[in-house]
Design a protein around this ligand. Sequence first.
Ligand code: HEC
Length: 214
Amino acid sequence: MRYFIITLGILILGVVLIAGRRGDLSRNRPMQIFPDMKRQAKLRPQTANGFFPNGFSSQLPPEGTIAQEQPLTVGGRAVYSFEDAPVNTGRQTGSTNFIALNPFPITGGFLARGEREFNIYCAPCHGRTGEGTGITKKIGAMAVVANLHDKRIVEFTDGEIFHVISQGKGVMQGYASQIAVPDRWAITGYLRALQLSRLGSVDDLAPELRAKLQ
Ligand code: HEC
């Protein structure tokens, strides 16, 4: 009996020692047996410090420093890549709704750039005309590639297409890390032109072109 009580006592003590103070807050620093580099001599920002001649811990960047990135100019405003802006996300700021229209002006040069990028990045699967009959489909590497002339995809807004290019969809990977933001919008513009080429009528042509056709 005596041994039983002693064993029980040791057991209770063990449980209390191991689990007894879990969840308690302590103002003491935890004991660090291997502190590694958790504590080190460093300058805190915006404080006085004698290390630099001017006595500030924070220093201006050296002269000639080049900014890590240039902002995009969209609608006369500078937009940085970290901003929650329609040009970066394809969505209205602070919402999940896709924007209707391409934020860049659609010019001939812009579409030519879109064509070049589309033929590099999209044509291997979707084909140069967007029908989903690229080389990966032909050799059987991809079973089902979306036909970009499907009514459902034609009805996408520009923002939604940009979103698919950036984030991918199903087995299609996202291209945000490979294609720069303006190029993704150029592809979006070019894809719209491809879709329109199937849907347009003779009446959409300029008069002189229409005359040539007839
Ligand atoms: C490696 C092959 C591949 C490449 C490259 C590729 N796609 Fe796709 N894409 C697919 C496949 C497969 C689907 C169908 C995905 C699904 O529904 O699971 C698809 C779907 C889509 C859709 C429809 C998404 C939806 O909601 O149904 C769009 C739009 C699209 N791709 C645009 C593009 C554009 C633009 C590019 C070039 C930047 C591109 N894709 C490059 C394979 C590819």
